[in-house]
Write a protein that binds this ligand. Structure first.
Ligand code: HEM
Length: 452
C-alpha cells in the first residue's frame, strides 16, 4: 500500500524509552528540532511509535479528515479518561450530535451579551488588586477566566470555591500529561502523584455536580450552555447526568485554562518589551473611557491589543501538542500509515518554524499588521482546524482582548527580581514562576496621559 518509503526517524531514541525522556524533559526544544528531519517524522513513545507532522499543509489535511484521523492517541485518551467523553475528547461517532447541541451556546449573536458579563467579571476581579501587590499572574488570570466561564456558560456567579477548583485543575492538567508517558498499569498504583491526581479529579467532578445542582435549583433557563444541556436531557435527545457532567468538565477546563495561559504569557511578554507596553498603553488610553473596563463595542478599535494576543497565540499556543489516531490504513505525504498509528500535531512546532515566521522566537506583534487569526492560514493554528476546531475561539479571543485592555489601562505589571519564568507543558502550555508586582497606572505611571 502506498509508496514504500521509510519515514525519517527522530535521532536520540533510547532503548525501551524511545523519545519519551526528550518529550518529558525538553518537549519544546525536541518538537522544534523535528522539521529538520522531514515533513513527517517518526518518534517512539516507549514501545509505541507516533508520527509527528512538521508541515502545515499536512496538518490541515489531517484536521480536515476527522473520520480517518479521529481524536485518539495517548494525549486524547488520557484526556478522555480524565475529562470524560465531552465535546473536546469524544470520538468522531459522537461528535456531530454533541457539537450541534453545544454550538447554540456559541452563536455569534450571543457574544455581545457574553462580553457584557465578561467585562463585569473582569472589572470585579481586577478591582480587588492592590497597588504594590505581588501576584502569581497565572492564578490571577485563571481566576478571571473561571469567573467569566462560570458566569457566561453556567450562569454561576458564586466564586466561593474558586481557589480549590483552580488548584485541582492545575494538578489534573499536569497529571494527564505525565500519564501519557506511563504504561497504563502504573496509573492505578498508590503513588503520591497518582493519589493527588485521582483526588483532584474526584473533587472536580464533585464541584461540577454542585454547579449543576445549583443551576437546577434556580430553574433559570437563561440560554447559557448548561441550560441547553439540561434541556437536552429532557427532550428525548437523552443526555445522561454523567454526560452532562463530562460536558461541563470539558468546557470548564477548556474555558478556564486556555485563555488564562494566553493572558499570562501576554503580560509576561509586555513586561519584557517596554516599547510594546508603551504602545499598548497609548492605545488603551486613547480608546477606553478612564477607569472603566473594556467593552464589546470598543474591540474593533483595540487593534494593537489584538495583535499582541495573536502573537502570543503564535509564540505560546496553549494547546501546544495534540494527538489523533488513524482509523484505517492510509497515507501521509506518500508514506503508508497503518490503522492505529498515533499522529501528533503541534501548533507550537508549526508556529516556531523559521521558514514560516522569520526570527520565530522573537515576540513581534507587528507581524500581524493587517492580518487576523481568522483568515485562512495553515501556518497559524492555535485553535486547531476542521470540524474539531475550537468551539470557543471567538469567545476566548473576546475575553482575552477585554481582559488585557482592562488590566493594562489600569495597572502596570513588572517582573519581580530573581523570578525565572519557564514554560511548563501539561495538557496546556503554562508559564511557571510568573510572579509580578502590580502598580496602579493612574497614580504611578503618568507617562502615557489619557486622551479624554
Ligand atoms: C484562546 C483560547 C483558546 C485556545 C488557544 C483554544 C485551543 C483549542 C484547540 C487547539 C482545540 C482543538 C484541539 C484538537 O485539535 O484536538 C480546541 C478545541 C476546543 N475548545 Fe478551545 N481554545 C481556547 C478557548 C476555548 C474556550 C474559551 C472554550 C469554551 C468556553 C473552549 C472549548 C473548546 C472545546 C469544547 C473544544 C473541542 C471542540 C470540538 O472538538 O468540537 N476553548 N481549543
Amino acid at each position: 500500500m502506498g509508496i514504500a518509503r521509510t519515514i525519517p526517524r527522530a535521532p536520540g531514541s533510547l532503548p525501551l524509552l524511545g523519545h519519551a525522556l526528550s518529550l518529558r524533559r525538553h518537549p519544546l526544544a525536541f518538537l522544534v528540532s523535528l522539521p529538520a528531519h522531514g515533513d513527517v517524522v517518526r518518534v517512539k513513545l516507549g514501545p509505541a511509535a507516533a508520527l509527528v507532522l512538521c508541515d502545515p499543509d499536512l496538518v490541515q489535511k489531517v484536521l480536515l479528515d476527522d473520520r480517518t484521523f479521529d481524536k485518539g492517541g495517548p494525549l486524547i485518551e488520557r484526556g478522555r479518561e480524565g475529562l470524560g467523553n465531552g465535546l473536546a475528547t469524544c470520538p468522531h461517532g459522537d461528535h456531530r450530535r454533541q457539537r450541534r447541541l453545544t454550538q447554540q451556546a456559541f452563536q455569534t449573536q450571543r457574544m455581545p451579551a457574553y462580553a457584557q458579563m465578561m467585562s463585569k467579571q473582569i472589572a470585579e476581579a481586577v478591582g480587588r488588586w492592590g497597588d504594590g501587590d505581588i501576584v502569581d499572574v497565572l492564578t490571577a488570570m485563571q481566576t478571571i477566566t473561571a469567573r467569566t466561564t462560570l458566569a457566561t456558560m453556567f450562569a454561576d456567579t458564586s466564586d466561593a470555591s474558586l481557589t480549590d477548583l483552580l488548584a485541582d485543575f492545575n494538578v489534573f492538567s499536569r497529571g494527564v500529561y505525565k500519564r501519557m508517558f506511563m504504561p497504563p498499569p502504573l496509573h492505578k498504583l498508590p503513588t503520591p502523584g497518582n493519589r493527588r491526581y485521582h483526588q483532584a479529579r474526584a473533587r472536580l467532578r464533585q464541584a461540577i455536580g454542585s454547579v449543576i445542582e445549583n443551576h437546577q435549583a434556580r430553574d433559570d433557563n437563561s440560554g447559557d450552555l448548561l441550560s441547553i444541556l439540561l434541556a437536552a436531557s429532557d427532550d428525548g435527545q437523552g443526555l445522561s447526568d454523567a454526560e452532562i457532567t463530562d460536558q461541563v468538565m470539558s468546557f470548564l477546563y477548556a474555558g478556564i485554562e486556555t485563555t488564562a495561559a494566553v493572558l499570562a504569557w501576554a503580560l509576561h511578554q509586555l513586561a519584557q518589551h517596554p516599547d510594546l507596553e508603551a504602545r499598548l498603553h497609548t492605545e488603551v488610553d486613547a480608546v477606553m473611557p478612564k477607569g472603566a473596563p473594556a467593552t464589546f463595542d470598543l474591540l474593533p478599535q483595540l487593534q494593537f491589543t489584538n495583535r499582541i494576543i495573536t502573537e502570543t497565540l503564535r509564540l505560546h499556543p496553549p494547546g501546544w501538542m495534540l494527538t489523533r489516531i488513524a482509523t484505517t490504513d492510509t497515507q501521509l505525504a506518500g508514506y503508508p500509515v497503518e490503522k492505529g498509528t498515533t499522529i501528533v500535531y503541534s501548533p507550537y512546532l508549526i508556529h516556531h518554524q523559521a521558514a514560516l515566521y522569520p526570527d520565530p522566537e522573537r515576540f513581534d506583534p507587528d507581524r500581524w499588521n493587517g492580518r487576523t487569526t481568522r483568515g485562512r492560514n495553515s501556518a497559524l493554528i492555535p485553535f486547531g482546524g476542521g470540524t474539531r476546531k475550537c468551539i470557543g475561539d471567538t469567545f476566548g479571543l473576546t475575553e482575552a482582548a477585554l481582559t488585557l485592555a482592562t488590566i493594562t489601562a489600569q495597572w502596570r505589571l513588572e517582573p519581580t527580581p530573581g523570578a525565572t519564568v519557564r514554560p511548563v507543558p501539561g495538557l496546556i502550555l503554562n508559564p511557571h514562576g510568573l510572579a509580578m508586582r502590580i502598580t496602579a497606572r493612574t497614580t504611578s505611571n503618568p507617562a502615557a496621559p489619557r486622551s479624554t
